[in-house]
Design a protein around this ligand. Structure first.
Ligand code: TYD
Length: 224
């Protein structure tokens, strides 16, 4: 796989602690961008391919309860990610699409790296191997206090919500904030504790920063 650049489309990832509302934002953000005329592809990790959905169950199901080391988790997420990049994300970018992806490599760095203590330099290498070096053009970090996120009802309670303590989730939140501080050119932080419409508009405004990369987005942002 020789994917290292994203020459044609635009690759936007949504990141954040559990319960930050990424999954419900994704289709609404796609609808907000669609009138510009771009092809919008929404996708999520782990999953979005037949192999990735199988791995998703291994990673997230609470039953049967099976022990995973942080390294084993890192490799399972990375395997799902490798398949996702090659089967879904790269072809969409090659067509010139806007790819809106719910979680990507930064989630592994935050959860398996800072949350579970997998060494960061090795974990970054694993991400490079899995993705062929494909990086997002923009990452929207939906930030909110851990207790607020964990108290929001989600359709699916994952292993991470069921079996990790609040301190783990605090480390994950702090990790995302530190990544955003380290890469201000790629990251935009959106306050996810506000109402849904405010979060949608703040996320749309964040995309304006990279909209000049695609004519179908540039027109939309100018018209807004
Ligand atoms: P999901 O139900 O998609 O949660 P959310 O809606 O909050 O995104 O479950 C994904 C879970 O997997 C979430 O707890 C974060 C975790 N995760 C990792 O630990 N590492 C990763 O690389 C990814 C993609 C997710």
């Amino acid at each position: 796989m020789a994917v290292t650049t994203n020459a044609r489309g635009l690759f936007i990832t949504l990141e954040g602690p559990d319960g930050s509302g990424k999954s419900s934002l994704l289709p609404r953000l796609a609808a907000r961008l669609a009138p510009g005329g771009c092809e919008i592809v929404t996708t999520r990790e782990p999953g979005s391919t037949p192999l990735g959905e199988r791995i998703r169950s291994l990673l997230l199901d609470t039953e049967p309860r099976i022990d995973h080391t942080g390294r084993a988790d890192a490799l399972l997420f990375a395997a799902a990610r490798a398949q996702h990049v090659e089967e879904v994300i790269s072809p969409a970018l090659a067509r010139g699409a806007v790819v809106l992806c719910d979680r990507y490599a930064d989630s592994s760095l935050a959860y398996q790296g800072v949350g579970s203590g997998v060494p960061m330099d090795q974990l970054r290498e694993v991400q490079r191997f899995a993705t062929g070096g494909l990086l997002p053009d923009l990452t929207i970090l939906l930030d909110l206090p851990v207790e607020v996120g964990l108290s929001r009802k989600s359709d699916e309670i994952t292993r991470f919500e069921a079996f990790q303590d609040v301190a783990y989730h605090e480390r994950v939140r702090a990790a995302f904030l530190s990544f955003a501080a380290a890469e201000p050119g790629r990251y935009v932080i959106v306050d996810a504790s506000g109402d849904r419409d405010a979060v949608l508009e703040a996320s749309f405004a964040a995309i304006a920063r990279v909209a000049d990369r695609l004519p179908c987005l540039a027109g939309l942002v100018r018209a807004d």
